[in-house]
Ligand binder design. Structure first.
Ligand code: MN
Length: 434
């Protein structure tokens, strides 16, 4: 069962934390979880509220939050894995307590206020130790666009509408928002004379969401589609930086390798499955003539409420734009519902062979593109493989990323009658080859 809507989602709730009520991402209705270090202090669990972070370790030690969730939050020193593994009921208890603690008029305000830190003064870490990272390919318009570049007559391979396609990515090189993106070097096709070796010339971003696994499954015991929502702790934004020239030369026959593993960026706050309850929507109906999902991927409740009302955006800001004070340029905007498979289907498929998912594992959705150019989630698509550069307000243009370019992803959850919430920043600036 997905988490339910409760008093913590009430749009009338206000917080005593200055600025939180007007915050685009982190009003009191969100309460996303992460790991941070206050100035001169060790990493610990925190919850984002407005431009501030409440220290959950301090709050638990002072008895401002109690129960199992408080003990798990206080014990988190290198990731929220144990808290995520405890499941929805424990996270919901923490959320309810934090909502009351941070609500305007809370009698505990005076005790909690010293445990607040300005986010700008803190270091944000990955929210969990990521044991494994798998990137899917469920953005059907992205898959079609990329397929067209290689196979104009037959863009989608025959397995696409049966199998949630994915590959095992690299967990060790995932970094939180703000980490520099060093341009990779590697082999690229050089035509008849063999490969060339050097800096990537076709560096790209991919607009994706990350799915955090909460409670996993023992080896050999698949997660049934009906139970898959219980395994999902929450979502973040994910930028799967991609070296297209390295990718084109290496990807056959076993898929992407060094073209992806040099770095991936996540937004450091986990927007919990509980916070997302009001934003669940029906999975869009498949086009006429498409096959129904196989029974192990089909669940009535998942089809009725397994997608999310999230608007995704990507912005670029070149070094010159920042020098000249020009605002970031919107590259694309489109809804997360452009996914051919739900996150529950991703989890059910990933584990159907008995593969054990573990708390803190990260699943990428794959690039989420809209059907039209204003919603394409990578430069490969926006520039038609480099043939039609994107024009920028400075007169510059981009087919692929240049050194100094910053890509910023944004995601906002929107539902009528509810306060909008967001993911926070998922940014990276491209740095030259060392
Ligand atoms: Mn990807």
């Amino acid at each position: 069962m997905p988490p339910m809507i409760d008093a913590t989602h009430d749009p009338r709730l206000r917080s005593w934390v200055s600025g939180a009520d007007d915050h685009g991402d982190f009003p009191i209705q969100n309460l996303p979880l992460g790991m941070f270090s206050p100035p001169q202090a060790t990493p610990r669990a925190g919850v984002a509220i407005g431009d501030h972070i409440l220290d959950l370790k301090a709050a638990a030690q002072a008895g401002l939050i109690v129960n199992e969730c408080a003990a798990l939050a206080a014990g988190a020193s290198d990731g929220l894995n144990a808290l995520l593994a405890a499941g929805s009921a424990v996270r919901a208890d923490l959320r309810a307590q934090l909502s009351r603690l941070l609500e305007a008029g809370s009698p505990k305000r005076a005790a909690a206020e010293p445990m607040l830190h300005a986010q700008a003064d803190c270091t944000l870490h990955l929210p969990a130790r990521i044991g494994d990272y798998t990137d899917f390919y469920v953005g059907i318009h992205h898959a079609t666009n990329i397929g067209k570049l290689f196979r104009p007559d037959n863009p989608l391979l025959p397995n696409y509408k049966y199998v949630p396609i994915g590959y095992h990515g690299r967990a060790s090189s995932i970094r939180p928002s703000g980490a520099p993106v060093r341009r990779p070097v590697g082999q690229q096709s050089g035509g008849d004379s063999g490969p060339v070796f050097g800096p990537c010339k076709r560096l790209d971003y991919e607009l994706e969401m990350g799915v955090w696994i909460g409670s996993g499954n023992p080896l050999g015991e698949p997660i049934d589609i009906a139970r898959a929502p219980d395994a999902i702790a929450g979502l973040s934004l994910l930028n799967d930086w991609s070296a297209r020239d390295i990718q084109a030369w290496e990807y056959q026959p076993l898929g992407p390798f060094l073209s992806k593993s040099f770095l991936s960026t996540v937004s450091p706050w986990i927007v919990t499955a509980e916070a997302l309850a009001p934003f669940r929507i029906a999975q869009p109906a498949r086009p006429e003539g498409d096959p129904a999902p196989l029974p192990y991927l089909l669940d009535e409740a998942d089809q009725a409420g397994g997608a999310f009302a999230i608007m995704l955006e990507a912005f670029i800001s070149t070094a010159r734009m920042r020098q000249e004070g020009i605002a970031p340029h919107l590259l694309s905007r489109g809804p997360a519902s452009n996914m051919y498979w739900t996150v529950a289907q991703m989890v059910a498929h990933h584990s159907v062979n008995g593969c054990n998912l573990q708390s803190g594992d990260l699943l990428g959705t794959g690039t989420i593109s809209a059907p039209t150019r204003d919603g394409f989630g990578s430069l490969m698509e926006l520039s038609s493989g480099g043939k039609e550069p994107v024009a920028l307000p400075t007169g510059e243009s981009r087919s692929f990323l240049e050194d100094g370019d910053r890509i910023s992803l944004r995601g906002v959850m929107e539902a009528s009658g509810y306060r909008s919430i967001g993911f926070g920043a998922c940014d990276g600036i491209v740095e030259p080859v060392r």
